[in-house]
Design a protein around this ligand. Sequence first.
Ligand SMILES: *Cc1c(COP(=O)(O)O)cnc(C)c1O
Length: 380
Amino acid sequence: MTYKFNTKLIHGGFDSDPLTGAVNVPIYQVSTYKQEAVGKHKGYEYSRTGNPTRAVLEALIAELEGGVRGLGFASGLAALSAILMLFNAGEHLIISDDVYGGTFRLQDKVFKRFGIEATYVETSNPERVTAAIRPNTKALLVETPTNPLLKITDLAAMGRITKANGMLLIVDNTFMTPYWQRPLEHGADIVWHSATKYLGGHSDVVAGLAVVNDAELGQRLAFLQNAAGGVPGPQDSYLLIRGIKTLAVRMKEHEANARQIAEWLAGQPAVKKVYYPGFPSHPGHEIHKRQAGGFGGMISFDVGSGELADQLLRKVQLFTLAESLGAVESLIELPAKMTHASIPAEHRNALGVTDGLIRISVGIEDAGDLIADLAQAMGV
Ligand SMILES: *Cc1c(COP(=O)(O)O)cnc(C)c1O
């Protein structure tokens, strides 16, 4: 039987423990496994290579993204590290120009030293992507919506470009999760996540996940997962499975709250600009609606000056001033001084990441309380 997405969230990857009937996956807190004879075992030899709790998580995320194989990692960036290890010195990648800062840092400060080149382009414009392709270009890495400006990239258009040029399409699906967006259905070859964010959902675990649409590619990535060893422990794997069970109910609440707050912000004279893909005036609105079922819980807004932004961040009481996103509690931050501080000021301003730009990750508290908190912090 094939089940609908919300059923997969609860039952994917696991059908009660065969040994005890436990309805939750046991936390197999173990590093090694007894062998009956040399090489004769029950499928597990050593927990870097495979662990039964992690195996359930990996099967679950593969089902949710509609891929053939899922892989667990110790963090989102550990997942990306393994993915970038697929490439060789002398090969070239194209990357969205406003990807997550850690993605840029990993390529620019680490993999570049090993001879992997990258060009950063505005992937919301497919022509710029095509123009950046070289004979040695092996992959395109995109994130949609991006962070913090929530720019949209057309996944199907990217899929056509990569297919036609023998490249892999690699998508960071952290912001949407498979609940709203399943990039493999639009031509992606690899989807990866900071599972630290919405998938975990409770600010209690750092983890990463990757899913591929091809068994051979899955083998290569599993080899790298084991060879480099950036795997999640059984406890964290369990916490992620537990978090994922409520993904549907959480994502719906994040979205409903975000919409109300975005509309309220748009009506405030102190707010110069609101970045929210759910507004029909957002330049990527139509494309996003084609490839995703919802608009998520992230909003950025510009209050016009660093002083005003500082004041707001000092006065909020319910919103927590913190980096990260995607959890049940609402978070607020200043990208120019926090998550995106590593980007040089001129480049940042040119992108629109000004000193007055505030990013919020809308939690699942009462929307009226959240709006009241922003209102008192703004003094309105
Ligand atoms: C947080 C984040 C990452 C990095 O993931 P970690 O789990 O922190 O390593 C990657 N991409 C996006 C969009 C993120 O928000």
